[in-house]
Design a protein around this ligand. Structure first.
Ligand SMILES: Cc1cc2nc3c(=O)[nH]c(=O)nc-3n(C[C@H](O)[C@H](O)[C@H](O)COP(=O)(O)O)c2cc1C
Ligand code: SF4
Length: 468
């Protein structure tokens, strides 16, 4: 009996050139940059620079740290936007040089960032000819087609269902079909970072990607785009796992996006400590949860930071401002404030206090959570230093459009800018959010990483092409 030969992946036209359809997934903050994406493009694939607070590098090669001087949040927000634009342009120049003209360079933006459209527009203006495509996820990027087409670069919405693509097409993309380069299907149960689970989907009941991808291809056929590349993301480790998806006439043109796996490469900008945390991760260490201040689900490694949020959520109790049939017990929560809780929750309150969680704080859902005095101080400090990175933030209550979401700041969430900036620049790997895909445990099982070996992008790319 002969053995079945592994199907290799052929080059595909992506963003105007024939390249290997192997894509480095963009990762903010500082999870992918000019160096990592340039190296990926140099191999003949597609590198993706994150535009979420990219690091600015001067002409002399020194890093210019993001330091805020303004007193008013709206002004700090402007400082942040200007940093991002200068940083984005400098990273695109680095990527272009490293790529030596091979492959393609994309940029990635989180649509829910405040002023994401301005950042994309001005980076594309300032880095003309260096960037070939823009990918955009977290939210429905209606204006992406217009911005990309005006700059003659290709665009790639990141979606997690056929329905989202149909909506985007009808509402906007049909007017900008020429530069629609492909669509990224990101598995909402497996991918690292933010996840596009809709209300109709159960976070505890993963669905197989195959049927969802077929539905997406069907939707693309119906709108007249039967050959548009579908970029498969989320849980992609080795092409040998995806043999049924390659050269499959039902699925048509496909490409593969790698988010978690390229994080352990020599060129990956994250710290060695974060790389080691990923190398040691075991199956089940990545938790899909809803603590992000964006309101989206997201996937991260269960470390001290995530453990604290989970503990806080577990201890949550309901309250009412006025007594009800159920809420009859008066509980003082601040010097001049008392609320009503269920009598049976009294033990829970006492247990929290005994463990040092003596600060009782309200959430926008008429519940209470318990913090240590230090946690509360830290939370107040981060809110005071808010730079308005998101268009709407549950943690601080900031809204880019109106100044406030109108809801009380939610103590069950966290400042994503603060923590991702810190871990992305060598900060503590236990006290910060460590986004990772659910396949992260495979580092520990893959012989490529034995004895803590950290491959170069060249080594990884060759291995991926060989189906390893
Ligand atoms: C640390 C980390 C940060 C990420 N940041 C972003 C981001 O800023 N924007 C985005 O569109 N996707 C982001 N992603 C998603 C990746 O681009 C990619 O689609 C995803 O990781 C693929 O799934 P995988 O992790 O299973 O490979 C991030 C993923 C990780 C692990
Ligand atoms: S509190 Fe943090 S996450 Fe929220 S908008 Fe401000 S900087 Fe961004």
């Amino acid at each position: 009996m002969g053995c079945v030969k592994m199907k290799t992946i052929n080059k595909l036209n992506i963003s105007g050139a024939m390249v290997y359809p192997l894509i480095e997934g963009g990762k903010g903050i500082n999870g992918t940059d000019g160096k990592s994406s340039g190296a990926w493009a140099k191999e003949g694939g597609v590198g993706t620079i994150s535009m979420v607070s990219p690091t600015e590098v001067s002409l002399e090669g020194t890093i210019i740290p993001e330091v805020f001087h303004e007193k008013i949040r709206a002004m700090r927000h402007r400082e942040m936007v200007e940093y991002a634009i200068r940083g984005g342009i400098s990273q695109a120049q680095i990527a272009h040089e490293i790529s030596e003209g091979n492959g393609r360079i994309h940029i990635n933006m989180l649509w829910e960032m405040a002023d994401s459209e301005e950042v994309i527009t001005r980076v594309l203006d300032g880095a003309k000819g260096l960037i070939h495509g823009v990918t955009c996820g977290a939210g429905l990027p209606y204006n992406l087609g217009k911005i990309a087409s005006e700059h003659q670069v290709y665009y790639y919405p990141i979606i997690s269902s056929a329905r989202a693509m149909s909506i985007l097409w009808k509402r906007s993309f049909k007017n900008y079909a020429e530069y629609l380069g492909g669509v990224v299907y990101e598995d909402p149960w497996l991918a690292g970072g933010h996840n596009g689970l809709s209300n109709a989907e159960n976070p505890l009941q993963p669905e197989r990607p195959y049927e969802r991808l077929i539905a997406l291809r069907q939707a693309l056929k119906e709108i007249g785009l039967p050959e548009l590349p579908i970029i498969i993301a989320g849980g992609v480790w080795s092409l040998s796992d995806w043999q049924d998806y390659i050269d499959n006439p039902e699925l048509g043109n496909v490409a593969f996006q790698f988010g978690t796996r390229p994080m352990i490469t020599k060129e990956s900008p994250i710290s060695d400590a974060w790389k080691m945390l990923m190398l040691r991760a075991k199956k089940g260490d990545v938790i899909l949860q809803k603590f992000s201040p964006t309101g989206f689900f997201s996937s991260a490694i269960k470390n001290k930071f995530l453990g604290n949020l989970m503990r806080r959520k577990q201890a949550e109790i309901n309250y009412s401002d006025t007594p009800t049939d159920e809420m009859t017990l008066l509980l003082p929560i601040a010097p001049h404030k008392a609320v009503y809780i269920r009598p049976e929750d009294k033990d829970k309150v006492e247990e929290q206090r005994r463990q040092g969680y003596s600060m009782i704080k309200e959430t926008p859902d008429e519940t209470l959570v318990f913090l240590t005095p230090n946690e509360w101080l830290e939370m107040q400090k981060e809110r005071a230093e808010c730079v308005g990175c998101l268009s709407q933030c549950q943690f601080s209550g900031w809204s880019r459009a109106t100044g406030s979401t109108g809801k009380i700041p939610d103590p069950r969430t966290y400042c994503i800018h603060h923590t991702l900036m810190d871990i992305g620049h060598g900060g503590d790997i236990e006290d910060n959010l460590a986004f990772a895909g659910h396949n992260v445990y495979r580092f520990g099982q893959d012989p490529m990483y034995a004895h803590n070996h950290i491959p170069s992008v060249h080594e990884l790319f060759k291995a991926i092409l060989a189906g390893k």
